[in-house]
Design a protein around this ligand. Structure first.
Ligand code: SF4
Length: 169
């Protein structure tokens, strides 16, 4: 049931009055989503007259679901031999970057399973090609992934990150 207090809460936000946590929760639960978006937009322009908002369009590309970590809670990972295991090839990755950039993305996140055959050279090559063809920030790779691919290429851990730092990946 929609709270009868909703109109008063909406009025408060229109008048730039602080609302309580309970009222915010009521808005979240009961207000129409589009109306909530419009209210948020109005509030944002009160604080940022230039219309500048601090968000960015980003795409998360899961390049593989093959993972040697096998975390017990994870429903995403697959063994290499599983029928639905996959590893995107470079062109498939670039196509996803292309789609994202055409929709205004300024950032790409490459994230995937800890594939035992993908080494640092592989990731360095992919990131370099993305940076060469697209004007995007590449925000990627977790510490476990770096340790895993560092093992695969048998390089000293400390040196693993150097090529990515240069590309701000
Ligand atoms: S490392 Fe990530 S992808 Fe791999 S099993 Fe764990 S949660 Fe899943």
């Amino acid at each position: 049931m929609i709270s009868p207090d909703l109109p008063d809460i909406i009025k408060k936000t229109e008048n730039s009055l602080r609302i309580s946590e309970a009222e915010a929760l009521m808005l979240f639960r009961d207000a129409d989503l589009l109306m909530l978006g419009q209210m948020a937009q109005k509030t944002m322009t009160k604080f940022h007259a230039s219309g500048r908002a601090t968000f960015q369009i980003d795409r998360n590309i899961n390049y593989t679901n093959i993972c040697e970590s096998r975390c017990r809670f994870c429903a995403f990972y697959r063994e290499k031999t599983d029928h639905d295991a996959y590893l995107l090839n470079e062109e498939e990755i670039f196509q996803k970057v292309r789609e994202a950039v055409s929709l205004g993305a300024t950032q790409i996140m490459l994230q995937g399973g800890l594939h035992p055959d993908l080494d640092m050279e592989y990731f360095e090559g992919v990131v370099k090609k993305i940076k060469a063809h697209f004007d995007v920030f590449v925000h990627s790779f977790s510490p476990p992934r770096n340790i895993s691919s560092g093992k695969a290429c048998r390089v000293v851990r400390k040196g693993c990150a150097a090529p990515f730092k240069k590309g701000r990946a």
